[in-house]
Design a protein around this ligand. Structure first.
Ligand code: ASP
Length: 281
């Protein structure tokens, strides 16, 4: 069993050393908590949802509570998950006023239509008993009012390999901040979140760059076709560089190798296998 989570990018210019430490500590706590959850007979799919929900509930990260505010003053969130075993993807795009977008995406997995956007996603959530909940925190309102448009400050994601060898990936975001209403984040696309029986990947960074480079899908496809995670990451990130892309990614393959990369400093993430904990940024 293996687990890796990320908390998006840490911005040296607009965040303090205390915030960095707090994020590291939160990631350490959550990766261990989610690992214990997986150990108690939960699948990779259940575990990635559980981990991302904990990250969404922590206002340090730009997903769920603490999400960034768009240019019209409204928070719109996106989240997705992919079950490597069944090859099913589900996601919500630009959903408003729900506490945990990842839980709505999980609920949607049961349906034939598996990606919903905007009004449709909101209506689906209300019709399925997801209570109205404001995820705004005063800090984000202050940043919004000061028009401090910081890119990539803390989308969250998780990739898990469970005891049966199944892989799943989940990603959740409050977006880039100050985007034009209607903008589509990569986080609920297969460029930002992808898994199959061989590999799972969750991305963070500038969504437009992640989509242009089809980051998660490319890495997973390369590993499926026989490349090691290391080589697949090196090749994909070299391609990202040619478009001056800004992104980071975490991954696990079916044999339990864990890998990560970021194009710029510094993505915050933690991995755990029951014994070895790694926390980086
Ligand atoms: N990828 C997210 C987006 O562009 C932002 C992030 O990762 O922080 O919506």
């Amino acid at each position: 069993m293996k687990l890796i989570i990320h908390g998006g990018f840490f911005s040296e210019s607009s965040q303090s050393a205390e915030t960095k430490l707090a994020k590291q500590n939160a990631l350490k706590r959550i990766v261990q908590d989610a690992f214990r959850y997986m150990q108690t007979n939960h699948t990779a799919l259940e575990t990635v949802v559980y981990a991302v929900e904990l990250l969404e509930n922590d206002e340090l990260f730009n997903a769920g509570i603490g999400s960034q505010i768009q240019s019209d003053g409204i928070i719109r969130m996106s989240a997705s998950l992919m079950d490597g075993k069944s090859q099913k993807f589900s996601g919500v795009i630009n959903i408003e006023n729900v506490k945990n977008p990842i839980r709505v995406a999980q609920h949607l997995l049961k349906y034939d239509d598996r990606v919903l956007g905007g009004e449709g996603a909101i209506r689906f959530a209300r019709n399925n008993a997801f209570a109205e909940f404001s995820t705004e925190i005063p800090q984000r309102r202050k940043e919004y009012e000061a028009k401090l448009a910081a890119t990539g400050v803390g989308t969250v994601g998780c990739v898990a390999l469970d005891a049966d060898g199944n892989i799943a990936a989940a990603t959740s975001t409050g977006g880039k901040g100050f985007e034009i209403p209607g903008r589509i984040s990569d986080s609920a696309t297969t460029a930002g979140n992808y898994a199959n029986a061989c590999c799972g990947v969750s991305c963070t960074g500038v969504g437009e760059d992640i989509v242009s480079n089809a980051l998660a899908t490319k890495i997973v496809t390369r590993v499926t076709d026989g490349m090691t995670l290391e080589v697949a990451f090196a090749k994909t990130f070299a391609e990202l560089k040619t478009i001056d892309g800004f992104a980071g990614a975490i991954a696990i393959d079916k044999t339990g190798n864990i890998h990560h990369a970021d194009s710029h400093p510094s993505m915050v993430f933690a991995s755990f296998d029951g014994e070895v904990m790694a926390v980086f940024n």
